[in-house]
Design a protein around this ligand. Structure first.
Ligand SMILES: NC(=O)c1ccc[n+]([C@@H]2O[C@H](COP(=O)([O-])OP(=O)(O)OC[C@H]3O[C@@H](n4cnc5c(N)ncnc54)[C@H](O)[C@@H]3O)[C@@H](O)[C@H]2O)c1
Length: 262
């Protein structure tokens, strides 16, 4: 019989956001008890009411907050078997000479240092119990240059960090994998389109599938990698980008064929 997820505990950082809340909903649908960890508590409570998860505050810029959130979930919900590290400090495109130095520091603090501390705070108890699965969230900007000057390097670092932990903790029963979303239609990204900072049409032209990704589709990949069905998978990168990475050099040859052109 397949192991049940009933009463098993999962934690999602950034659980109030677009991809995070879709991940919460996907895990809840599979029977997990889910801690929705976010710095935006109003939104986290709303997602908790919609999904039946449990909202609790975390600030990835503050190591004490990360530790106390991990302790709170273990004490109040039970041993955490699955962790999705979805929270991130996002960024708008700009040239390197225009980088705000404070924003650089803030992005590194949340995305790199915060993720490192989250992996340790939630992962060490998993390691001690000999069982756990973790998914970090990268981005297709992690391995391609982009004008996301601070964000891109932090996402590149997350690949290396995840693989380091995957090897260090593999024989202690803890798996770690990275999911790389491409442009995903979250409320935050839709708002950025509305402000004219990004163009969905330009992004769609760079996909193989001719459409952007929905948050639920990233959540499906995160859920799979956290589930027992992925028991032999660790240290990998799974890209959910409607084929954006695959389009590679096609723009040099006139772009991706538009088969709907008539
Ligand atoms: N949406 C996309 O197109 C896209 C593309 C590539 C990668 N990603 C990645 O997917 C993940 C989710 O992105 P999203 O689009 O859902 O964004 P989002 O802004 O909707 O969600 C991010 C969540 O993280 C929380 N957060 C931010 N800083 C925090 C902090 N210091 N402490 C605790 N929580 C904090 C926010 O409150 C928010 O709820 C991020 O890691 C992002 O880098 C998104």
């Amino acid at each position: 019989m397949a192991p049940t997820t009933q009463n098993r505990v999962a934690a999602v950082t950034g659980g109030a956001g677009g991809i995070g809340s879709a991940t919460v909903a996907r895990l809840r649908a599979a029977g997990w008890q889910v801690a929705i960890l976010d710095r935006d508590m109003d939104l986290a409570r709303k997602i908790a009411a919609e999904t039946g998860g449990v909202a609790h505050e975390i600030d990835l810029a503050d190591g004490n907050s990360i530790r106390s959130a991990a302790d709170w979930v273990e004490a109040n919900m039970g041993p955490v078997e699955a962790l999705a590290c979805v929270a991130a400090h996002l960024e708008n495109p700009h040239n390197p000479q225009d980088q705000d130095p404070d924003e650089w520091e803030a992005i590194l603090k949340v995305n790199l240092t915060g993720t490192f501390k989250t992996l340790n705070a939630f992962g060490n108890p998993m390691r001690q119990r000999g069982k756990g699965a973790i998914v970090t969230v990268g981005s297709i900007t992690s391995t391609n240059s982009s004008p996301l000057m601070a964000y891109g390097p932090t996402k590149a670092g997350i690949i290396n960090m995840t693989q380091n932990f995957a090897v260090a903790w593999g024989r202690e029963g803890v798996r770690l994998n990275v999911v790389h979303p491409g442009p995903t239609r979250t409320p935050a990204v839709e708002a950025s389109y509305a402000r004219g900072e990004r163009s969905p049409d330009v992004m769609i032209r760079q996909t193989a599938l001719g459409r952007l990704v929905m948050p639920e589709e990233v959540a499906n990949a995160i859920h799979f990698l956290l589930s027992d069905e992925a028991a032999a998978i660790t240290g990998i990168e799974m890209t959910v980008d409607s084929g954006t990475r695959a389009t590679g050099l096609w723009s040099l040859y006139g772009g991706v064929p538009d088969n709907n052109a008539g």
